[in-house]
Write a protein that binds this ligand. Structure first.
Ligand code: C2E
Ligand code: CA
Ligand code: CA
Ligand code: CA
Length: 275
């Protein structure tokens, strides 16, 4: 399969709400998933808008549950965060992603989602540097995607961590921009290298005046602060045309490709394709 199908992802929110033992089961399964290597990384292209050339991939975690099949990260990431399992899972994701990217022939960037609990770990910066050292990935190719939630908890600490990461050349993107409430002040205080506009604003941006206003403002803000903006969730050409007219720097979304498994990703990142 070229890209992942959209149907077999199973969501079982309602079921979980009805019976808390299902959640207990999920937590149990999640803990075992780490040990049994049931996780798999998928990779979604990020393209420069001007040339449409690939510039990198975002890593998206997939859980192949032995009986339930593919479980969506929307389902299990919050549980992993609640239970603290995200620290171990997140470290695994970072390590695998860096190990993979270090083998590519093209020096594409690799964007990895980092949960708030990972960032506040005292050993986080050391862990990341350790992983870069071990895998041989050049620091500037690694981009960490963090959300507002990471900053809110302990602003002074987060600022320190970000500065340390930036000192070694790691880049930091603000993820899900626009979905929180104090994003503007944060952009001024925290040294972000990229802003990712959430896909809820990008969807139908060419048809929806409010979304268009939000996307335009974000792009103006990015230009004023000299921070490049990536629009996520681009699905149709009309959205792309709108973004191009507004001088958005880069794009990501189904229009360019759904998240791919390793084999399909390597067709793009490796030459000749590795196995
Ligand atoms: P996110 O970081 O905002 O990632 C983008 C999500 O949008 C992904 O969902 C991606 O598959 C989806 N997407 C991309 N382009 C399109 C499009 O054109 N249309 C539509 N409808 N969707 C698109 P996914 O893979 O289900 O991940 C959901 C969320 O789970 C992510 O949102 C992220 O917050 C979290 N997540 C995924 N992997 C990790 C991880 O390794 N660590 C952490 N902490 N969170 C992760
Ligand atoms: Ca992300
Ligand atoms: Ca080590
Ligand atoms: Ca998002």
């Amino acid at each position: 399969a070229k890209s992942e199908p959209s149907s077999p992802i199973c969501l079982f929110n309602e079921e979980m709400d009805r019976r808390s033992q299902d959640k207990t089961q999920l937590v149990y399964d999640l803990r075992r998933a780490v040990e049994n290597s049931e996780f798999e990384l998928y990779y979604q292209l990020q393209n420069e808008l001007k040339s449409l050339a690939p510039v990198g991939f975002e890593v998206l975690l997939r859980w192949n549950h032995p009986t339930r099949g593919r479980v969506s990260p929307v389902e299990f990431i919050p549980v992993a965060e609640e239970t603290g399992l995200i620290r171990e899972i997140g470290r695994w994701v970072l390590h695998e992603a860096c190990r993979e990217a270090a083998q590519w022939d093209h020096p594409y960037s690799i964007a990895v989602n980092v949960a708030p609990q990972q960032l506040v770990q005292p050993s986080f910066v050391e862990d990341v540097m350790d992983i870069l050292m071990e895998t041989g990935l050049a620091a500037p190719r690694l981009e960490l995607e963090i959300t507002e939630a990471s900053i809110i908890d302990d602003q002074a600490h987060t600022l320190k961590v970000m500065h340390k990461l930036k000192t070694v050349g790691i880049r930091i993107a603000m993820d899900d921009f626009g979905t929180g409430y104090s994003s503007l002040a944060m952009l001024q205080t925290f040294p972000f290298d990229k802003i990712k506009i959430d896909r809820s604003f990008v969807q139908d941006v060419h048809k929806d005046a409010q979304r268009a206003a939000i996307v335009r403002s974000t792009l103006l803000l990015g230009a004023a602060l000299n921070i490049p903006v990536l629009a996520e969730g681009v699905e149709v050409e009309d959205e792309l045309h709108f973004l191009r007219g507004e001088r958005c720097a880069s794009v990501q979304g189904y229009f360019f490709g759904k998240p791919m498994n390793r084999e399909d990703m390597r067709r793009i990142a490796c030459n000749p394709p590795l196995n």
